[in-house]
Design a protein. Sequence first.
Length: 473
Amino acid sequence: MNKDVGYNFLKSAITLSNPYMSLDDFMKWLEEKKASTHHNIQEIPFAELENWEFERETGNLVHSSGKFFSIEGIQIKTNWGNVKEWTQPIINQPEIGFLGIITKKIDGVLYFLMQAKIEPGNINTVQISPTLQATKSNYTQVHKGNPPLYLEYFIEKREDVNILLDQLQSEQGARFLRKRNRNIIIEVTSDIQVNEDFCWLTLGQIKELLKLDNVINMDTRTVISGISYGDLSTLKQFALTNSSTVEYDFLISELDTKNAMNTVEDIISWITRLKAFAELEVDKIPLKDLNEWTKDEFSIHHLQQKYFSVIGVRAEIGNREVASWTQPLVKSAQEGIIAFIIKKINGVYHFLVQAKMESGNFDIIELAPSVQCLTGNYRKGLNEYEVEFIDYVLEPEKNKAKVLYSSFQSEEGGRFFEEQNKNMIIEVGDDFSVDLPEKYNWMTLNQIKTFIKFNNYLNIQSRSLLSVVRFIN
């Protein structure tokens, strides 16, 4: 990685002052966007979906164009975990979409061009999304609407564009079938016109806003999670003297390359060994043939009302490429918990990661947070398995643990209806053993960022949670 790139990212990450839009000004601007943009989202029966239909032979829910996405059925067989076989609905969207952020250096600081965007499933109407957030069907205009703003900066070869980050990253493995998006950050060196629904923010401001519930959307979180800041030589270029804060310790974990408990080679061998013995057989089956799932006028749902359902909505949003449309959305049964447990080992914060298999994973296993319980299945008696380390999340004080971060963050509103999960980072002390069950391991932030650079290692829940890590108090 170019050291200048890491330096510029870190400088932006520790900068809160913004002469173009302070955080107070931003919150006023965001409220104005909520008030001024016409939006109306309604749940509707499937019969009122336009250009969507259930196929006669399979019962799959598909779009008339054959594009966008479909709701299909899959059957899973595995030797991983307590449940060896099940069926479920899943989103099949084989396209690779764009999640792109434009940056520009202004007065020596890298600014991020962020968009105030309403998605039909957003929990609080407007959230801050990347500059470009578009499926292939969107940017090729299958919907016959306008092309997304700033698309040309990402698909054309331009002399005024430098690529700072470019990765293929996975979507939710339990909801999407092998879905990936291109996460990309570019720097524009020429003048650029800022549309009224966009604003310039520093990376430090974005991370500050992540302390709030449901302001920064999941697509922004996954893109910025991939940012690397170099090594300890980067730190020498900054006059950061307060070394007694958690934020400074996070930065050391991000930059340190010598004090990790495990080598990168050790971690690769651990993942490879688990993948070699793991079995995951996923077969497409007709949606109408799912076991323990049923369809009525308004939803496709589990017979015990567990996990999630599929519903239909009508969306009217004034500033979108298409002002009105209908579509299916996935609706979670309950909110969940996503948490990283961290511990100082060799004087450096290590993150407890778990190897997690999900039905839609591209390569069997991805690295997930220490605790990942979606749809409330961490509650006693409601899950098919015991959740490791859940007591440290539900009762941290009782377990001598300290909550360093806690907020509600929502899933992506273009596919999920008002779904949010509690995101937490919890520090444990010396009494928490460094010895772990087989499917868990310790990694520094620097090591995690090494794995994020490559496809299909870190799942979207871990990337989303890692985005909240801040380096200034």
